[in-house]
Design a protein around this ligand. Structure first.
Ligand SMILES: Nc1ncnc2c1ncn2[C@@H]1O[C@H](COP(=O)(O)OP(=O)(O)OP(=O)(O)O)[C@@H](O)[C@H]1O
Ligand SMILES: [Mg+2]
Length: 264
């Protein structure tokens, strides 16, 4: 039995959980939905089960519940990996530590240091540490526009598009580029996505990024400059909009296979 935590942002038109469930049904896999809000992790009786987290609310009870469930169940992605990906600071730290190319980034609570970083680069990108879908991301060129701290600031990398690579079980299986006229190319911000071939460099940097944050599967966001790809972030509960690769089918097979191995 595969226990599924549905994505809270699913809609009838854009239903990630439903797309994978359809594939599980095609494969005759047994599943049930798991409502984290209805579980007391200290009295759950869930043991040795496979739990797939399609998405999760940024909610303390749900995070703690998953963390406790991970003591005696196999959770995909692990709560630790989801938490790491949710934090842009932690993700950047792991990328830097493992020598994965990422734009120069600081996380500061001193306004003086934030101004120095801005002066040095002239143009920086401010991001909320736990942001998603491009919410709250701003280009900053004037010290007066830094806003309140602390500041996660990244050098601005000139570009007209970004890339999202879907990595599953250590392997890059699909990629899109997203193009827009604005700073952010996220589809939620009006970007247009289209499938692209996975080139060797893209494959290598996406696969190593997935490995350093420790996910089963993820979406790795990249920019490309003259020196090649650079990693913006790793999404631990990613969507797969506009991918040509059959992601729901691949994800369903991965879950079935993981469960089979657990029972073997
Ligand atoms: N350093 C940068 N230089 C230029 N553009 C950037 C930079 N960082 C982010 N952007 C633009 O903003 C977009 C969103 O940034 P990022 O992927 O880091 O966060 P996010 O979109 O909030 O997270 P998520 O993908 O989980 O929704 C990028 O896809 C890119 O278009
Ligand atoms: Mg992104």
């Amino acid at each position: 039995m595969i226990h599924i935590v549905p994505k809270p942002t699913d809609t009838p038109e854009d239903n990630s959980t439903g797309a994978v469930i359809r594939e599980l049904e095609r494969a005759c896999a047994r599943y049930r939905l798991l409502d984290l809000a209805a579980i007391d992790p200290l009295n759950s009786r869930l043991e040795q089960e496979l739990i797939w987290v399609c998405g999760i609310r940024q909610d303390l009870h749900q995070f703690e519940t998953l963390d406790v469930l991970s003591l005696s169940n196999r959770i995909i992605n692990t709560p630790a990996a989801i938490a790491t990906c949710a934090s842009k600071v932690m993700t950047t730290a792991l990328l830097m530590r493992h020598g994965v190319r990422t734009p120069e980034t600081v996380y500061l609570s001193s306004e003086e240091q934030a101004r120095d970083f801005l002066m040095r680069h002239g143009k920086v990108v401010y991001k909320p540490v736990y942001g998603y879908d491009g919410n709250g991301i701003r280009l900053v060129t004037e010290p007066g526009d830094l806003g309140p701290g602390p500041w996660y600031l990244q050098e601005y990398v000139p570009n007209d598009r970004d890339f999202r690579v879907f990595v599953l079980g250590g392997e890059a299986v699909g990629a899109i580029t997203r193009i827009s006229r604005g700073l952010m190319h996220n589809i939620h911000q009006g970007g247009i996505g289209m499938p692209v071939e996975i080139d060797d460099e893209m494959r290598a940097i996406a696969e190593v990024s997935a490995a350093v944050v420790g996910v089963d599967y993820c979406g790795v966001d990249l920019l490309c400059d003259r020196e090649g790809y650079t990693v913006l972030e790793v999404n631990g509960t990613p969507n797969w909009h506009c991918m040509a690769a059959p992601i729901p089918k691949l994800l369903a097979s991965y879950l079935v296979e993981c469960e089979r191995k657990m029972r073997a």
